[in-house]
Design a protein around this ligand. Structure first.
Ligand code: IVH
Length: 692
């Protein structure tokens, strides 16, 4: 017998343990299942710690379903085998509306003797096809006792320890009257945000990243060390039941899902019940439109005859049920080969490696190129010419190489010089000038500025683009033609274009020559913000251009400004200031700007300087109660010095001013390494500015 904690009787301790478990389970449910957190993280941690302490002082109170048991047990040598009493089958696939029509016809034929409603229309329960791994969870008398992978459908692996680390899986069903046995079937997956986070961490550590959330989920679920699984956040969604004893099943699949939800098992909120082929197709389209916004990957929709009695009547063919089918979306990932890796030169000279691919149909289009972003990215993924790669195109996002299929790279090729790792060229592929890569920058750049034809072309395309000078009808192809024929070299030349040589260009009828000239004409006198943005100064985006225009009012004032003055503008720091000064110091740029001035390309406005104070450009977050200052007073002090107060902490926050009883903002600031001030240090900052 262990002695109870000082001053506490054992039954009080037991009561406390039970209260703590209830509170923690409730918080888990709200956070992981309903996605509606209520308890602050710090409070949750405190409750969990208290429970851990009591349990270690009173091991007799420890139970398998305690929330403390999720953290990750000792590593295993191998997974035990678990037989599936009812086999875990797969689904047939439909790829077109015709396939869906045929499925529905087979269903109706199979149910021939069944009493239908008037139109003979079948009711279907529909849900997403989760792109993860199937598992079965075993609950005995309401308690989670075991969980297994699908394996070959007849037996799988006992991954209970890893499943326990998934916070949305209840360790005890939420009912007073649990069934003797309940086998819940569903899918383990990794949410996209958890996948990104996992890969971010891997990248920071220089480790290999996962190609997609599904592989990450598979790797984590079949991980022999549950402590590793515990660090990789997995999710679970139930989509059905297996062996059930001591529980009356309702009449429909939809109602089964509702009762699982009542037991606090996570079920998808994308479920629906529809009628007939029209209902199925409508759901398929609507879900497809939401697909990219869902928090996890799906690869289709699953249609199930809703009435369980009908399901039984329809039965199975081979290894798939007749009552259900998976309707697939076009794959967002395919495998293909890298034929070459080209290097493109962008507007600011940045070199971008681009994989030229053997054409592959993915995400609804044929893809032949995929960006590899930069040198580090190619190295990290170790993409080489000749490799088999996974190409991903999700939604309208530009296609990317998600990863290399290393199994398909013959060993000898790892060392042969014909098959070397990628490296950046030392000279610009367009103009031959030296390539430089500054410390702390991810991009290697051509050092030739606007003397490089590629940079010149991109700069021109940017100058005329819609959000810049907005010269209508002047697209990439036409810019190329104008350059080729020597009709323009710099943006200023646009304003000197003549009708005759233009009309002589290929595919350029007189009418379109006139249209172009009119569009150029119409772009004269654009406001200063657009013009600044159009110049294409490195690190000066649309918003910064607007801020600069408002602050300085005229281009002349902007060009004269020293670094400190530039930095009075919000979000302009030393790096942006340096880019601008370098740009305006270039004699070539000065003469182009002078010619643009003569052409009346822009008109200056009125200067509305940002308050130049000690805190210009600094962002603050206030949390907790300060000893003598109210929030509003603190805000006024900050704004008087040109600083800004925002509501939430992010990487862009410079300071967090924290008083008594601060909220989660303080924890977040600490996590991000943001400077935290109390009232005294805050006053210090207001009176003396930032000490460097
Ligand atoms: S029901 C007898 N529903 O798809 C029918 N499966 O090809 C059993 N899957 O192994 C499956 N989402 O991993 C069903 N909403 C869903 C699903 C789903 C994904 C997976 C599951 C299964 C595979 C069948």
């Amino acid at each position: 017998m262990t002695t109870p904690a000082a001053g506490e009787a054992p039954d009080q301790t037991a009561a406390r343990v039970s209260a703590l478990r209830t509170a923690i389970n409730e918080a888990n449910y709200l956070y992981y299942v309903l996605d509606a957190p209520t308890l602050p993280d710090a409070e949750y941690d405190r409750l969990l710690r208290e429970l851990q302490e009591i349990e270690s002082a009173h091991p007799e109170l420890l139970t398998a379903d305690s929330p403390t048991q999720r953290v990750g047990a000792e590593p295993l040598k191998a997974f035990a085998e678990v037989a599936h009493t009812i086999p875990m089958l797969s689904l047939g696939n439909a790829f077109s509306e015709a396939d869906v029509v045929a499925f529905d016809r087979r269903v109706r034929e199979g149910l021939e003797r069944q009493a239908f409603d008037l139109e003979n229309v079948v009711e279907y329960a529909v849900e997403p096809k989760f792109d993860g791994l199937a598992v079965a969870l075993h609950y005995q008398d309401g308690l989670f006792v075991r969980g297994a992978t699908r394996g070959d459908g007849f037996s799988g692996e006992d991954v209970s320890a890893n499943l326990r680390t998934i916070h949305s899986i209840p360790m005890r069903l939420a009912t007073e009257d649990p069934p003797a046995w309940l086998e819940v079937r569903g899918e383990v997956l990794m949410l996209r945000r958890d996948f990104e986070r996992l890969n971010d961490i891997a990248r920071q550590k220089g480790e290999k990243t996962f190609v997609n959330p599904r592989n990450a989920a598979a790797g984590s679920l079949r991980q022999l060390d549950p402590r590793i699984s515990a660090q990789r956040r997995l999710s679970f969604f139930a989509y059905g039941v297996g062996r059930v004893e001591g529980m009356e099943l309702p009449e429909t699949h939809a109602a089964v899902m509702d009762s699982l939800a009542k037991l606090r098992l996570p079920v998808s909120d994308q479920r629906a019940v529809v009628s007939g082929v029209a209902g199925l197709m409508h759901y398929f389209t609507a879900l497809g439109e939401r697909r990219d916004r869902l928090p996890f990957d799906i690869d289709g929709a699953v249609y199930k005859v809703n009435r369980l009695a009908d399901q039984v009547q329809l039965g199975f063919v081979a290894r798939a049920p007749r009552f259900a089918i998976a309707h697939k979306y076009p794959a967002q990932e395919e495998m293909t080969q890298v034929e070459s890796i080209d290097v493109q030169v962008g507007r600011t000279g940045a070199l971008t490696p681009v994989a030229r691919l053997k054409p592959v149909f993915v995400g609804g289009v044929t893809v032949t190129n995929a960006t590899l972003h930069n040198e580090d990215e190619v190295r990290r993924k170790d993409v080489r010419v000749g490799d088999s790669v996974i190409v991903r195109r999700a939604g309208d996002v530009i296609p990317e190489v998600a990863g290399v299929v290393l199994d398909r790279r013959p060993m000898r090729d790892l060392v042969t010089p014909q098959y070397p790792p990628f490296s950046m060229p030392l000279a610009c592929p367009e103009c031959g000038a030296p390539v430089v890569r500054l410390e702390g920058e991810s991009a290697a750049r051509c050092s030739n500025g606007l003397s490089c034809p590629a940079q010149r072309k991109q700069a021109l395309i940017h100058f005329v683009s819609r959000r810049a000078m907005d010269i209508d009808g002047l697209g990439e192809k036409l810019v190329e033609q104008l350059l080729e024929h020597g009709l323009i070299q710099t943006p200023a030349d646009l304003y000197r274009l003549q009708r005759e040589p233009l009309a002589g260009l290929e595919r350029m009828a007189e009418k379109s020559a006139d249209n172009l000239l009119a569009a150029v004409e119409a772009s004269r006198g654009r406001d200063l913000a657009r013009f600044i943005f159009a110049l294409g100064i490195r690190n000066v985006g649309e918003q910064t251009a607007k801020d600069l225009a408002r602050h300085f009012g005229s281009l002349e004032a902007l060009m004269r400004a020293d670094s400190a003055t530039l930095q009075q503008v919000p979000d302009v720091g030393p790096v942006v200031a340096q880019s601008m000064q370098a740009f305006f110091a270039e004699p070539h740029n000065q003469s182009v700007i002078e010619n643009l001035r003569l052409a009346g390309a822009w008109k200056d406005g009125e200067a509305q300087p940002t308050i130049a104070g000690k805190l210009s450009g600094k962002t603050f977050v206030l949390t907790g109660t300060l000893p003598t200052l109210s929030r509003d007073e603190a805000k006024v002090l900050i704004e008087n010095e040109g600083g800004k107060v925002v509501g939430s902490v992010s990487r862009k926050t410079d300071f967090v001013v924290a008083g008594a009883d601060p909220g989660s903002k303080l924890t977040k600031a600490q996590d991000l390494g943001i400077r935290i001030l109390d009232q005294a240090t805050f006053h210090e900052l207001i009176s003396h500015g930032e000490k460097t």
